[in-house]
Write a protein that binds this ligand. Structure first.
Ligand SMILES: C/C(=C\COP(=O)(O)OP(=O)(O)O)CCC[C@H](C)CCC[C@H](C)CCCC(C)C
Ligand SMILES: O=C(O)C1=CC(=O)c2ccccc2C1=O
Length: 303
């Protein structure tokens, strides 16, 4: 028996389309990279930080709007009522609004690079944006091959966190690279969780997401392994001396990781129950990233 669809107000559909909590994926990598730079140099440029964060938010808005545009061309979003293309009925408008947001972000980053007399952050973010395009845009559509989580790890992990660090301190840092691994994994966990309720639509559209490939039960077990890996890596980096002991604060996000894994392990094959698990993953990403960044800052002041 199919679950009767309950009509949802357009206001709720637009809120689902904009999904404000999702912008944690833009704020956290820039925050952590900037926090590590401050911890290592004692210097923090608020103007650069604010400009970089707003640019990151605009880029994430671009990737989501363009995702709806490109997915409307494959038909995969036929049941996604909160697609901005489905809500507006105007694919071209959404496409050009998305590009306008990306252009504004580019101008902000060009200004930072000009201040630094160094194009490095432009190069790092441009590569991240290109990889983000290959996830969903023709002729690549690598997300349809199940490569989204790898792209997600690289772009929101090493590329974004190192670009943020470089914007504050034009250098490279082993501790920051290790922190970027943590943020890359927690961001990829969000994407992994976004697939559990979409298996039917993904198969119909030929999208072989990791969950389509390995099934929801193994996908739930993979999620558990990824969450364990996050905390094991943090513990190792603390023991090695790369992370300040204060970064153990991030272990306070373990209950959210337990909630996420329990929910998905229980409802992995029940789309209506599991469909919002990505927002529990966002809570985990935000809290673990925030506490990791604070750990670096407080670890510095404790020296
Ligand atoms: C739109 C994204 C995921 C959702 O895709 P899906 O097609 O499953 O969506 P729906 O089911 O809701 O239709 C985002 C995917 C992210 C992508 C793998 C990587 C993007 C990289 C960014 C462009 C770079 C950000 C760098 C910045 C933070 C400095
Ligand atoms: O709408 C979504 O499912 C996602 C949007 C998004 O911007 C993002 C960014 C990084 C990782 C995952 C996701 C999503 O799942």
């Amino acid at each position: 028996m199919t679950t009767p669809t309950i009509p949802v107000s357009r206001k709720k559909l637009w809120l689902a389309a904009i999904k404000p909590p999702m912008y944690s994926v833009a704020v956290i990598p820039i925050g952590v990279g900037s926090a590590v730079a401050f911890a290592e140099t004692g210097i923090f440029d608020w103007s650069i930080f604010i400009m970089f964060i707003t640019a990151a938010i605009l880029i994430v808005a671009w990737v989501n709007l363009s995702n709806d545009v490109f997915d409307s061309e494959t038909g995969i979003d036929v049941n996604k009522h909160h697609s901005v293309v489905n809500l507006t009925g105007n694919k071209n408008l959404v496409f050009w609004v998305a590009n306008a947001l990306l252009a504004i972000a580019a101008l902000e980053l060009i200004l930072i690079a000009w201040w630094q007399h160094d194009p490095m952050i432009l190069e790092l973010v441009a590569l991240a944006v290109f990889l983000g395009y290959t996830y969903q845009g023709p002729p690549f559509r690598l997300g349809y091959l199940g490569l989204g989580e790898i792209i997600c790890f690289i772009t929101f992990g090493p590329l974004a966190v190192c670009a943020a660090y470089y914007s504050q301190n034009p250098a490279w840092s082993t501790a920051n690279l290790k922190a970027s691994i943590i943020i890359g994994i927690t961001t990829s966990i969000i994407l992994l969780c976004s697939h559990f309720h979409q298996v039917e639509d993904d198969i119909a559209a030929g999208k072989r997401s990791p969950i389509v490939r390995i099934g929801t039960k193994k996908g739930a077990q993979l999620l558990l392994a990824a969450c364990i890996a996050v905390f094991a890596a943090i513990a190792r980096f603390i023991i090695e001396g790369h992370f300040p002991q204060w970064t153990a604060l991030s272990f306070l996000s373990i209950p959210v990781a337990v909630q996420l894994c329990h929910h998905v392990l229980t409802y992995h094959d029940q789309p209506e129950q599991v469909k919002n698990c990505k927002f529990i993953a966002v809570n985990f990403h935000f809290l673990s990233g925030l506490l990791l960044g604070l750990g670096f800052i407080w670890g510095q002041s404790a020296l």
